[in-house]
Design a protein around this ligand. Structure first.
Ligand code: PLP
Length: 463
């Protein structure tokens, strides 16, 4: 099995990046009934290779440029093997003291590596979606009187705010927290797809006049569509003024805080009440590993702490029982992979690779910018490039351009050579390349650019 894993990592470039199977194809190959008697592992493995692998999209291919990446690295994979082998449930300190204390330590490491405010406390959540829900539930418990955990919602109506480019996990969180999606106000963005703080203030003031209570604001450092960066310093000040909880969603782009150039763009981070970024997106650490920081850990614990008799231990009060820092009781030993990744790479190597990913993203953006038949559709603050084919000599309508770019993307992705995805910006079908896959090098991006140019020209010529 370990040999198979090593071979896979070594030969990953030989697989078609996006799985080429049709719906139902894998299902038909899976036995309808569970086997009565155990099977040989070799037989299971053969079946896995022959019948299951064709249905895998290879997120760890260096030619994977879709969505945001799912980070991985050999040290992280080995750490996951240890975690699975030990199989500990790390819900309270006593159920594995090393897991609790290592989690506290690695979150302190991250804080130092990224120069986050020293007073913040960190905890690992499974995903950024969960972290945003946790932030909203904490805001609800802290700011609504009488407290919602005890009495439910009072009659007044609450409002939450994010830009119209925010991730759908914010929409999901307001639904789940009982705020209601009608009470999530999507704030207009500027020409860079960043939230307009003047529009936020206007919306909050309007809502107060109409009898609503502003509760929760999400600012994005790196939106999903184009990694736009909301003006979080200004948003933080607005939240102070109106006594709203301010949550920063830096799910992908947060990793770039490790670079001084990027970190120094943000002067007032301490105005945020909570902050999340995903080492499982861009910091060489396998899913799931979402680093969530909160300004005041007592607010968090006050929201989630609940200890039935069977979970009572002698050490309460003097240790971190992480079941009280989030939604679920059972927790994997996730700190281990972060600890092993940071120790194996060292901070300097992580910085070097993240800078390299940004440099090759900028290289790709420059190719697009300098080509007469392509155009950039959004600024490129890091390494997400939003662009489209727009042949100069043709006068194509918006609909024709959308159709042309969609066909280019599907043709390339169906070839299996590279995989990239799209977004919609101002109604424009936008091709989107992210150069943050853990193993990506410049040669892979050069290859992708050649494929995109050739395919675009061919499809345009044929149509
Ligand atoms: N926030 C942003 C900005 C994202 O881009 C994403 C996913 O791409 C998420 C949140 C959700 O991340 P997760 O899958 O960890 O819930």
């Amino acid at each position: 099995m370990v040999d198979w894993m090593a071979n896979y990592m070594e030969n990953i470039s030989e697989y078609p990046v996006k799985s080429q199977v049709r719906p139902g194809e894998i299902m038909r190959k899976l036995q309808e009934l569970p086997p009565e008697n155990g099977e040989k592992f070799e037989d299971i493995m053969r079946d896995f290779e022959q019948n299951i692998m064709p249905g895998i999209t290879h997120w760890q291919s260096p030619s994977f440029f879709a969505y945001f990446p799912a980070a991985s690295s050999a040290p992280s994979v080995l750490a996951e093997m240890l975690t699975a082998t030990i199989g500990a449930q790390c819900m309270v300190w006593e159920t594995s003291p090393a897991a609790a204390e290592m989690e506290e330590r690695v979150m302190e490491w991250l804080k130092k590596m990224m120069k986050l405010p020293t007073g913040w406390s960190g905890v690992i959540q499974d995903t950024a979606s969960t972290a945003t829900l946790v932030a909203l539930l904490t805001a609800r418990q802290k700011l609504i009187k009488p407290d919602v955990n005890s009495y439910g919602f009072p009659a007044n109506k609450f409002r939450a705010y994010c830009s119209n480019q925010a991730h759908s996990s914010v929409d999901k969180a307001v639904r789940m927290a009982g705020i209601g999606s009608e009470n999530l106000i999507k704030i207009e963005v500027d020409e860079n797809y960043a939230m307009r703080p003047d529009k936020l203030t206007e919306a909050i003031e309007n809502d107060i006049q109409m009898g609503f209570t502003p509760l929760f604001v999400v600012g994005a450092i790196g939106t999903t569509g184009s990694t736009a960066i909301d003006p979080v310093d200004e948003i933080g000040e607005i939240c102070q003024q109106f006594d709203c909880w301010f949550h920063i969603d830096a799910a992908y782009a947060g990793t770039a805080f490790i670079l001084n150039d990027f970190r120094s763009k943000f002067k007032k981070l301490e105005l945020a009440d909570s902050f999340v970024f995903n080492p499982h997106k861009w910091m060489f650490t396998n899913f799931d590993c979402s680093a969530y920081f909160v300004k005041n850990k007592e607010d968090l614990i006050d929201t989630f702490s609940l200890t039935p008799e069977y979970l009572k231990t002698r050490d309460e009060g003097s240790v971190n029982n992480y079941k009280d820092w989030g939604i679920q009781l059972g927790r994997r030993f996730r700190a281990l992979k972060l600890w092993i990744v940071i120790r194996s790479f060292g901070v300097s190597e992580i910085k070097k690779r993240i800078q390299e990913h940004i440099d090759i993203g900028q290289w790709f953006a420059n190719q697009v910018k300098n080509h007469p038949d392509f155009e950039l559709l959004a600024p490129v603050p890091l390494n997400t490039v939003c662009f489209r084919f727009n042949p100069e000599h043709e006068k194509l309508s918006k609909v024709q351009l959308n159709d042309l770019n969609e066909r280019i993307m599907h043709t390339i992705n169906d070839s299996g050579a590279i995989y990239f995805t799209h977004t919609l910006l101002d109604g424009k079908f936008t091709l989107r390349m992210v150069t943050g896959q853990s193993n990506v090098k410049k040669e892979h991006v050069e290859n992708a650019w050649e494929i995109i140019k050739k395919t675009a020209e061919l499809i345009n010529y044929q149509s």
